[in-house]
Design a protein. Sequence first.
Length: 140
Amino acid sequence: MKALVPIFAVLCSSALADLSAYHESPYVETSDEGQAHYTVIEQKCGSGCNECALLFISYDGIRMLEPSLSEKVFHDLFPQLKRGGDSGYTHFGVLFDRWDIPNNRLYLTVYGSQAPGHHPADMQRRVIYDLKTRKVAFAK
């Protein structure tokens, strides 16, 4: 199955074709699909930004669960923030931290930097993605 991820990245959209890394979870046992696992594809977008996509890979095929974890986190956890330009975050992204499969969690680090001289200052926070509910929350 490991060979499927790079092949999928090449065949997928050009946004994922230039992947920096991929992180496979431990195997997940599911009654319908046999052995399967989650995979995070990490891509550098340039200018200090990083993007991640979340896939579920089983013998039945590949499902794209989140094409953009950065957009998911930004939309769900930072609705008050602006992106880009002189008034918003010029760099915003997510990085893979670790898997917690027994608790159905994916840990990420979200980061953002403002244009020089703007407030709030740069930020970095740990985020939890729930693999069952597909919701994000700040880690404690």
